[in-house]
Design a protein around this ligand. Structure first.
Ligand code: NAD
Length: 253
């Protein structure tokens, strides 16, 4: 089904790696212009080059921004509108899982603040500026969604779910849709750097009904669905792509 995002423009944060990278490729493949935003500009540039080479009919532009900084997110949204003339889809995907994030007694305040600033405030800034930009679109084909799913990490993602639901209700009659995309454990640097031994991986795998980690592209497919008109009656949902993990109450034999 090529062309599912034809004439649309998307901004994807954390586009230099993992889910964001795979989503940038898929969105471009389906016809969207994409602003690939990442704090790691080298990776964003590599990703934009790869996307441009594969899909020369769309624009793929790298842009440096730290999503925890309001002025940088504002500038990224402005850049997308300048380049593409409009903004239809924002995927607030950037997030961290800090190695020093621990239980309540061990987690330092600076780790809590850093995690909240990126994982939660970063989504807020993305929604704030994207909603303003989407209101300027000439037609009513506007979509937006936020990424979701360690103490600070869990709290930040839980807050993103609640914030996204409320924003979805507030903006529903404007034709702006907001959904949380909730991944199970995936084979991306974020998790694999953390599960860096076979033992740690096995400790997780035993709980996964399908017996394997997900692939970033499997999330990107869901992101594409939420970004496309095929999900036109879906807003305010916690969209789970977790291989059944959250439904499992026994471990597989
Ligand atoms: P990843 O580490 O592969 O990629 C994350 C990207 O975000 C990197 O390119 C990084 O440079 C960028 N980034 C980090 N901080 C940033 C900031 N302040 N501003 C801008 N960019 C920043 O991670 P991933 O696995 O693709 O995860 C993407 C999202 O999915 C994250 O929000 C993560 O919490 C969530 N998630 C991942 C998993 C998993 O198993 N991988 C599971 C559940 C949720």
């Amino acid at each position: 089904m090529p062309g599912r995002l034809r004439y649309k423009s998307a901004l994807i944060t954390g586009a230099g790696s993992g889910i964001g990278l795979e989503s940038s490729i898929l969105f471009a493949q389906e016809g969207a212009n994409v602003l690939l935003v990442d704090v790691n500009i080298e990776n964003a540039e590599k990703a934009a080059k790869l996307v441009s080479e594969r899909f020369p009919n769309v624009k793929a532009i790298a842009w440096k921004a730290d999503v925890s900084k309001e002025n940088e997110v504002e500038a990224a949204v402005k850049k997308a509108v300048e380049e593409f003339g409009r903004l239809d889809v924002v995927f607030n995907n950037a997030g961290i899982m800090h190695p020093a994030d621990d239980h309540a007694l061990n987690t330092e305040e600076r780790i809590w603040d850093l995690t909240m600033n990126i994982n939660l405030k970063g989504v807020w800034w993305g929604c704030k500026y994207a909603i303003q930009a989407m209101r300027e679109n000439p037609t009513d084909t506007r979509e937006g969604f936020a990424s979701t799913p360690q103490l600070a990490y869990t709290a930040s993602k839980g807050a993103v779910l609640a914030m996204t639901r409320e924003l979805a209700m507030v903006h529903a009659r404007e034709g702006i849709r907001l959904n949380s995309l909730c991944p199970g454990p995936l084979k991306t640097p974020l998790l694999m750097d953390f599960l860096n031994t076979d033992e740690k991986k096995q400790r997780r795998l035993v709980h996964l009904p399908m017996g394997r980690f997900g692939e970033a592209v499997e999330l990107a497919q869901a992101a594409l669905f939420l970004a496309s008109d095929e999900s036109s009656y879906i807003t305010g949902t916690d969209f789970k792509v977790d291989g059944g993990l959250s439904s499992a109450y026994v471990t597989a034999l």
